[in-house]
Design a protein around this ligand. Structure first.
Ligand code: NIG
Ligand code: FE
Length: 433
């Protein structure tokens, strides 16, 4: 008999999202890999066996048995795009937007991202860790077990490095597995108003090299997790030429690439980032048909952010349906941030994607797990229930995983298991046979 750290049995519907060949596209997006009558054995935080109950329970013993009580079990969500390290709030802006102000107008008037930059610069590292931890706790309770976190509210070397240190501490101290992204190119800081090229020079000459040096000495590098550089390609942020300079400088240092593109305006950023080999391009509301074709022919993941549209009260959404049908690798994220998308819930992102972007629940779940893991360079180790991968899974409230996207506004995740440990929700008893 082999000894397991945890055995999970009585799983009603095991939804693996398994995809050993790589990320999912087209028809495979509708296949979430449902198997019945399965049990799971976990050893050292990884899936050691996923097989029929009979076989797994005959081969493995454990002091810790978890009875899933016939519920659906799915992989932990992977949120591939968040901005959760910040201080202050944007509640005034929420009201301004209700009264008709546009996101880009608020940004141009020195509010929006800049107001969060002021608060974040003034906050201590400890304060930011505490605020980040509270947000990660909410994400975890909603089922997110892996997340990308961006800087971008520092916008000077010292404050951006402070944000990076906060992200590293959160990775060490919190159950959620984190991938860091450097987003000094989030917008033009007040000191460089009218001189965006000057800020781009500073990013390329000083900030990116310093960030890379920081990364080289961290646990992220040691564990082989990637470090991404992101750019907000948009009016009042960075144009196509500036985006290219920053992505080129980042790539030559070793960064993986990401870009916020086509959120409001098509500046040619999608084509550019795909051609540079970006791991993901994010938002995609204004992407052209031609760029969708390019995306489909590439390994770049398209990340759509339905929570951003919902939060902005928009009625138009990125055409995720067309992207899947064209053969793109599609993922969804929350974009959890104080301005455009204050939501910790991947299930909420799925719920909106199903209704407004016409994804089936199966497509939304693959976009929120395995494809999202590929978007942050972790597709081989995270995002699905497969032997050898991180034992990150959710026990659902329902026997049918589709409830995750069907119900909204609450939380239909009953229990969260990260690396084989129960980290949130304990209404089901461990050790209960
Ligand atoms: O993805 N668009 C730029 N960045 C974020 C918003 C950040 C903010 O408003 O604070 C986004 O929407
Ligand atoms: Fe964002």
């Amino acid at each position: 008999m082999l000894s397991a750290d945890l055995l999970i049995h009585n799983i009603g519907q095991l939804v693996t999202c398994a995809s050993p060949e790589g990320p999912k596209r087209r028809d495979s997006m509708r296949d979430v890999g449902i198997v019945e009558n399965r049990a799971i054995a976990v050893i050292d935080g990884k899936f050691a066996a996923v097989g029929t109950e009979e076989v797994v329970l005959a081969e493995y013993s454990s002091k810790h048995h978890l009875n899933a009580e016939g519920k659906a079990v799915v992989p932990g969500f992977v949120d591939p795009h968040t901005h959760i390290v910040y201080a202050g709030d944007r509640l005034n802006e929420f009201e301004l937007k209700i009264k008709g102000a546009a996101y880009l107008e608020i940004l141009a008037a020195g509010g929006g991202i800049i107001s969060t930059v002021k608060n974040t610069r003034a906050a201590s590292e400890d304060e930011l860790v505490e605020l980040g931890r509270e947000r990660l706790d909410k994400m975890l309770a909603c089922g997110t077990t892996t997340a990308e976190i961006k800087t971008g509210y520092g916008l000077d070397l010292e404050s951006e490095l402070k944000m990076l240190r906060v992200i590293e501490r959160l990775d060490r101290e919190h159950a959620i597995d984190i991938v860091p992204t450097f987003l000094a190119a989030h917008t033009i800081p007040p000191e460089f108003k009218g001189d965006s090229d000057g800020y781009v020079d500073l990013i390329c000459r000083e900030m990116l090299p310093a960030a890379w040096q920081w990364y080289s000495g961290t646990g992220f590098a040691e564990k082989g997790k990637p470090f991404f550089c992101d750019v907000f390609t948009e009016q009042n942020a960075f144009d196509r030429g500036q985006t290219e300079k920053i992505l080129d400088a980042a790539r030559s240092l070793g960064f993986g690439l990401k870009a916020h593109v086509d959120q409001f305006t098509n500046l040619g950023g999608s084509r550019l980032a795909i051609e540079k080999g970006a791991a993901s391009i994010d938002h995609l509301d204004a992407i052209s048909e031609e760029e969708i074709e390019l995306l489909a022919a590439s390994d770049t993941v398209g990340i759509v952010i339905p929570t951003e549209n919902f939060s902005g009260g928009k009625t138009q959404f990125a055409d995720a349906r067309k992207m899947i049908d064209a053969g793109c690798v599609l993922a969804v994220s929350t974009d959890y941030n104080p301005g455009s998308a204050p939501s910790p819930s991947m299930a909420m992102a799925m719920a909106i994607a199903c209704r407004y972007q016409k994804l089936l629940p199966s497509e939304a779940l693959n976009a929120a797990t395995i494809n999202a893991a590929y978007a942050i360079g972790l597709g081989r180790t995270h995002g699905s229930i497969e032997v050898g991968k991180r034992a990150d899974l959710l026990i659902c409230e329902s026997q049918d995983y589709r409830q995750l996207a069907y119900e909204f506004g609450g939380n239909t995740v009953t229990m969260v298991i990260k690396a084989g440990k129960v980290v949130s929700g304990d209404t089901l008893g461990t050790n209960r046979a």
